[in-house]
Design a protein around this ligand. Structure first.
Ligand SMILES: [Zn+2]
Length: 330
């Protein structure tokens, strides 16, 4: 099968984990940020996490350098454009990108300017390439929760026009959902759709709570439901989309090795599992590679792929018009 030519959809991709190394070098030069090297290969090495990390922090450390150069409107616009360009060039037809605006205020940008820049870059790529996209605004759990409402307020005017959803990211403690009930309610009241990172490092109960307490319509990763019957059944009954990120799940030890990823069992049992990159640079991957890995390792057929693609269309937060168009590619 030619995986490059297949139409693809990526619903779980972090902006700050998907920068081109050369762009980091260019932006650092423009902003007088000192780098240990101006060799793109050396910079790439600093941004790519090992195939298996000793711990999640080792993986998360790879975001420090990108965040440093993502503090100007032009920089964010460019990075957003390039991510959509890279995806479009490997036949990704729809891409939902997430990022945490609050991490980009270090040089005085407002939340609104940050979101506007990301959306602008995406729209520039949409006009040039056969790709559509939307942004998901993330909150990271290590920041104080009172930083969440200002971000949601700033994103409100972009809802339906480049921004669609709210997400909780960052390292996962057991029972974290209880601390975020009022914030996700606030987001839902404004019209944000909800996806939550859960069941990655943490337990299956976190997935159940994300659905029950936070109103999650999709779950980032969710691999832990394989050991939690109640969460598994809840995902199945409510048709909650599972955003599997195969390479990343191995790197962060969410699963011990790829062949033990439960996504084939999930798929065969009718759960709406999707294939995603998580981070194109930090995980050193593309959608083509993720699809190829999964298809080859689990011996999936063209019909399996079509089902996974259609699940991605059904689970995406795009308008009905865009969804109809996406269905026509397969
Ligand atoms: Zn993620």
């Amino acid at each position: 099968m030619n995986y490059f030519d297949l139409p693809k959809i990526d619903l779980h991709c972090h902006l700050d984990g998907s920068l081109r190394p050369q762009t980091v070098i260019d932006l650092a030069a423009e902003q007088n940020i000192e780098l240990p090297s101006t060799d793109a290969e050396v910079i790439k090495e600093m941004m790519v996490a090992p195939e298996t990390c000793p711990n999640l922090q080792e993986y998360l450390d790879r975001f420090a350098l990108p965040i440093k150069v993502m503090q100007t409107a032009e920089g964010i616009e460019r990075i957003s454009f390039e991510l959509f360009e890279d995806a479009a060039k490997e036949n990704v037809k729809y891409l939902e990108v997430r990022f945490a605006p609050h991490l980009h205020i270090q040089q005085g940008l407002s939340h609104e300017q940050i979101i506007e820049s990301a959306v602008k870059g995406m729209k520039r790529a949409e006009a040039l390439y056969d790709i559509k996209g939307n942004y998901i605004l993330s909150a990271v759990k290590f920041l104080p929760s009172d930083t969440i409402p200002p971000v949601l307020d700033a994103g409100e005017k972009f809802l339906g026009n480049g921004v669609v959803a709210f997400d909780l990211a960052g390292s996962e403690l057991d029972n974290f959902a209880h601390d975020y009930v009022t914030y996700t309610q606030y987001a839902r009241d404004k019209g944000y759709r909800i996806t939550i990172h859960a069941g990655e490092q943490g337990c299956g109960q976190n997935v159940y709570d994300a659905i029950e307490l936070l109103g999650a319509e999709r779950i980032g990763h969710g691999v832990a439901i394989k050991d939690h019957e109640q969460a598994y059944q809840r995902v199945k009954q409510d048709v909650v989309g599972l955003e599997a990120c195969p390479s990343s799940n191995v790197q962060t030890k969410a699963i011990p090795e790829l062949k033990l990823h439960p996504l084939k069992e999930f798929h065969k049992d009718g759960l709406p599992v999707t294939i995603n990159t998580d981070n194109r640079t930090v995980s050193n991957t593309t959608m083509t590679q993720e699809v190829e890995k999964v298809m080859e390792l689990f011996d999936l057929t063209a019909e399996d792929y079509a089902q996974i693609y259609r699940a991605s269309v059904e689970q995406c937060f795009a308008s009905d018009e865009v969804k109809q168009k996406l269905m026509q590619y397969i």
